[in-house]
Ligand binder design. Structure first.
Ligand code: NAG
Ligand code: NAG
Ligand code: NAG
Ligand code: NAG
Length: 503
């Protein structure tokens, strides 16, 4: 009898063990990381929490900086030279050490399509190489098609030189009319001659010039297929990046102007341009992206003047696959950062999507400006909003090549890069280096909560307090990342608090 039953008993024991391996495995932190090497893919937006979620169901937060090259050759050099803005191995290492996990990396259309219909693969390969370097250092990349004042013809940058034509406005209304009553002299190609004339016009006011508004209008109404050309460039980028693990999204166009306000002054009314002209271009581009890539999140911006978003909907109507990318500068935003964040939250609720602050003032300034930066850091935490500062090169003193400590300390904050559940709040007091996270655990998520603790902020280490006791298992992933695996003894959603203080 015993002989007969033993194999059965062994088999049922195996069966019991067999139903639990994931639970047991989750407590094996090292094993989990071995089984899941590399960065986690960003998956979608949770439309109830309005937060970005990864392939393991974790809520993700991002702190980072902008890297955008606004002139030929349209990409940063790879070599690190103090005083020169580069983006190479040393840079991604620096960003990693600061505790950042995202770069909004400019992918200039002018650099990519110097001749209409002919992409410069050499340029695109350099961008891909820089994106890969970022991945190797744990940094996500937001692929950003950047522009400021659109084209060289308007003393700006963004679209290729072939985009804007000289005869689009009558000669008396050429750039920068009416900012100057007489337009600048131009050469046969329509470029300022000399180019130094650009210095005599305030770039932000340039948007109100007749010629620049007219050119934006032509992009939005697809004059001569220009909207299609923009969308085709996005299809090209999506076909290059669709399978890239660390690409967090496609930022369609930086700070789009509201369009041809001389033909249609209503575009200046906050919110109007969003649905009247931008939505069409975003849908045009998103449609092309989705022919080759259904996975990557599409990040869209509204008019920089808006108070509340004026979009009827997100690109292609799917808020789970898009992110509202917004900026905060004062001006043009008139209210405090907290007011803007609360308005953007209303946008998230109405559009059923997430929002990320993709630019804010991150350079040395007077006392008021530095206080503004400190306030922005508290406000983004309080509202659980990810941020990307403007811009990386401003971090360094060009003479010494050293980072400004006043900026480095704000980059080197603690934050929850990943939360295995629903975050309820987090905060970081930089004077005492005290970080606190409250979240409701999700027993279905095996992947750990990950908190970034930059070594420069915790030079003598840190102490960790967890409540309830024993609810998480702690594991140091690398010099800057502390992981917390939710204990398998926690079967139900449980409120967990993690507090970390500098030693
Ligand atoms: C393509 O990009 C490379 C790298 O920046 C550059 O050297 C080359 O001149 C570009 N080609 C054209 C046609 O612009
Ligand atoms: C994306 O999804 C649409 C609709 O389901 C489908 O028609 C299209 O082929 C998909 N594209 C890719 C690249 O899988
Ligand atoms: C930049 O570095 C140089 C050389 O170390 C120093 O003299 C200068 O004061 C620094 N500038 C600022 C604004 O800190
Ligand atoms: C966990 O959830 C189950 C099902 O909702 C419930 O029956 C059980 O009482 C809960 N256990 C605890 C410890 O809260």
């Amino acid at each position: 009898m015993a002989m007969l039953f033993t194999p059965i008993a062994a088999a049922s024991l195996l069966a019991v063990v067999g139903t639990q391996p994931t639970g047991v495995f989750a407590q094996d932190a090292e094993g989990w990381y071995k089984a899941h090497p590399g960065m986690s893919r960003i998956k979608d937006v949770n439309q109830d929490t309005h937060q970005i979620v990864d392939e393991f169901g974790r809520t993700r937060f991002f702190h980072g900086t902008n890297v955008v090259m606004k002139e030929p050759p349209w990409h940063r050099p790879l070599e690190w030279v103090p005083g020169v803005s580069s983006f190479g191995e040393q840079d991604v290492q620096n960003l990693h050490d600061l505790g950042l996990n995202i770069v909004r990396l400019g992918h200039s259309w002018a650099g990519a399509e110097p001749v209409r219909g002919e992409y410069n693969q050499t340029f695109l390969d350099i961008m891909k190489k820089q994106t890969k370097m970022a991945e190797d250092h744990g940094l996500y990349v937001l692929v950003d098609v950047h522009q400021d004042c659109l084209a060289r013809q308007f003393c700006g940058n963004g679209v290729p030189d072939w985009f804007a034509k000289k005869d689009w406005v009558s000669s008396g209304k050429m750039y920068p009319f009416p900012l100057k009553t007489t337009p600048f002299p131009v050469d046969e190609n329509g470029f300022r001659s000399p180019q130094s004339l650009c210095g005599s016009v305030d770039w932000a006011l340039s948007y109100t010039s007749v010629a620049l508004g007219n050119a934006f209008g032509r992009l939005y109404n697809n004059y001569d297929g220009l909207g299609d050309a923009f969308a085709a460039y996005w299809k090209k980028l999506a076909s290059e990046y669709g399978k890239t693990t660390n690409v967090v999204g496609y930022n369609l166009l930086n700070e789009p102007w509201v369009g041809d306000t001389w033909a249609d002054p209503t575009l200046l009314v906050p919110g109007v341009a969003d649905h009247k002209v931008l939505e069409g271009l975003w849908n045009r581009a998103a449609k092309q992206i989705r022919t080759v890539d259904n996975d990557t999140l599409i990040w869209f911006e509204g008019a920089t003047l808006d108070v509340l978003s004026g979009f009827n909907n997100v690109p292609l109507g799917d808020g789970s696959k898009s992110v509202h990318s917004f900026h905060y500068y004062n001006p043009p935003q008139l209210g405090s950062i907290s007011t803007t964040l609360s308005n953007r939250h209303k946008d998230n609720e109405r559009l059923r999507t997430a929002g990320v602050l993709t630019e804010l003032t991150f350079w040395m300034g007077d006392e008021k400006q530095m206080q503004g930066l400190a306030d922005a850091m508290s406000a983004t935490d309080a509202n659980m909003v990810s941020w990307i500062g403007w811009a990386y090169e401003n971090l360094y003193n060009g003479t010494s090549g050293q980072p400004y400590p006043e900026l480095a300390k704000h980059y080197s904050r603690s934050y929850p890069a990943a939360v295995a559940g629903t975050p309820k709040s987090f905060s970081f007091a930089d004077s005492s280096a005290t970080f606190k996270l409250q979240f409701t655990s999700d027993p279905n998520i095996q992947a750990p909560t990950e908190i970034i603790l930059p070594p420069s902020t915790f030079p003598n280490g840190y102490s960790v307090q967890v409540s309830p006791d024993g609810s998480v298992l702690q594991y140091a992933v690398d010099k800057r990342t502390l992981a917390f695996f939710t204990s398998t003894s926690i079967k139900n959603a449980t409120d967990i608090t993690i507090t970390i203080t500098r030693k």
